[in-house]
Design a protein around this ligand. Structure first.
Ligand code: LMR
Length: 395
């Protein structure tokens, strides 16, 4: 049977990680995969995580199953984190389950929506995070693209985006990036979120928000603006959350799938169905990472420690963004790359062609995907000169 399978191209981003590891050149730089690195070039375990893990080690006295929905303390804490001041008033309308990372959340929610409307279309931004596309296809939903990124202006093509969304209806699902748009770093502003929420209410399409970088753009509350704003305008929407980046828990696979409905009974019905989806997939989630997050969010000292570390990470990314654009400006004597300083989160797109990206890899051992998405958070301050000169050499 297995010989019927077709060869696959594999995941390009993950393949790039392998190529980088195998490159022996000491000056090599990985700005490919979206992983935060500190000033020593490491992706550290956060101090708050270490302390929570120690507590967990000392206190955990069983390894029995956590249940399909996962850790209930984690679920409640994540609703508080995502909805902030609104969480209390929304408690009847929001339901959450623990998932295996942000991808687990996205897939579970897509599968749930496929149960509701198997012929629905999921609209993704042009461009979007590479893995959104296989996730939508795996859930057997239709895929379409809405205009989003203006490459030349490095801004949102908001008029074209809303023109497209204003033609959608109840058979459509619109996938939006909550903050730190991946791959462009270009986010909707508050007025734009409000317009999208109002359009969703008028037209009846379902907003689906992927919140993978809360706290790494403008701050924990500011990055949740879009998710919270929807609650005031639309009767129903879903949110996939990742704790990979803001808790640095990448390999522990911690995420949350949330459903919001105006009617508490329907929200509960969605939760019940979500659990059927999960049971039919991996049955019950692992404990470790979610237990750690619940401990951090549930303890004032640990939470403060975590928030301070997260603020430090965001500050470092913004410092790197400034250093990068200043270096580009002085090296190239042009303002072409000024946008890097005003974009949010880990990524910006440098506007290079796949050939230029290949030249960067071959001549300078700089690794980025062919669309020139650059993980600013992967750079070391001492590498910026070399990086800018290399980009200047392939322009
Ligand atoms: C990325 O976009 O680089 C990360 O989210 C890692 C991944 O899974 O692709």
């Amino acid at each position: 049977m297995l010989e019927q399978l077709q060869p696959t191209a594999g995941d390009a981003l993950l393949a790039l990680m392998g190529q980088f590891r195998a490159d022996p050149r000491p000056t090599k730089i990985d700005v490919g995969v979206g992983v935060y690195r500190d000033e020593h070039g490491r992706t550290p375990v956060m101090a708050a995580v270490k302390q929570a893990e120690q507590q967990l080690f000392n206190e955990q006295d069983t390894k029995t199953y956590v249940g399909i929905a996962g850790d209930m303390k984690f679920n409640a804490a994540m609703v508080d984190l995502v909805f902030g001041e609104k969480a209390q008033s929304l408690q009847d309308r929001v339901r959450a389950v623990q998932t295996t990372g942000g991808c687990g959340a996205l897939r579970a929610l897509l599968d749930l929506l496929a149960l509701c409307k198997p012929d629905a279309t999921v609209w993704v931004s042009d461009p979007t995070w590479v893995n959104h596309i296989p996730l939508v296809k795996a859930a057997r939903l239709k895929l379409a693209v809405y205009p989003y990124f203006d490459k030349r202006g490095q801004a949102v093509r908001f008029n074209e985006m809303t023109e497209c969304l204003s033609k959608l209806g109840p058979n459509d699902i619109v996938l939006l990036h909550g903050a730190c748009h991946n791959p462009t770093g270009v986010d909707l502003n508050e007025a734009q979120w409000l317009s999208v929420a109002q359009l969703a209410a008028q037209r009846g399409f379902l907003p689906f928000i992927d919140l993978a970088y809360q706290g790494l753009g403008r701050g924990l509350d500011a990055d949740a603006f879009g998710v919270r704003c929807m609650a005031d305008h639309v009767p129903e929407y879903v949110v996939g959350v990742s704790c990979s980046k803001n808790f640095g828990l990448y390999r522990e696979r911690v995420g949350s799938a949330m459903v919001v409905h105006q009617d508490a009974k329907t929200a509960q019905l969605a939760l019940d169905n979500l659990m059927v989806v999960l049971r039919g997939n991996y049955s019950m989630p692992p404990d470790h990472g979610a237990n750690v997050v619940a401990r951090i969010l549930g303890n004032e000292d640990l939470r403060k420690l975590w928030q301070d570390e997260l603020n430090g990470m965001r500050g470092r990314i913004n410092d790197l963004r400034r250093a990068l654009f200043e270096n580009f400006r002085s090296h190239l004597r042009s303002d072409e790359f000024n946008y890097i300083a005003r974009q949010q989160g880990m990524f910006s797109m440098l506007g290079l062609s796949p050939e230029q990206v290949a030249m960067l890899r071959e001549r300078f051992a700089i690794y980025m995907p062919p669309d020139s998405r650059t993980n600013v958070a992967g750079l070391h301050i001492d590498q910026i000169d070399y990086f800018v000169q290399a980009v200047g050499a392939v322009l």
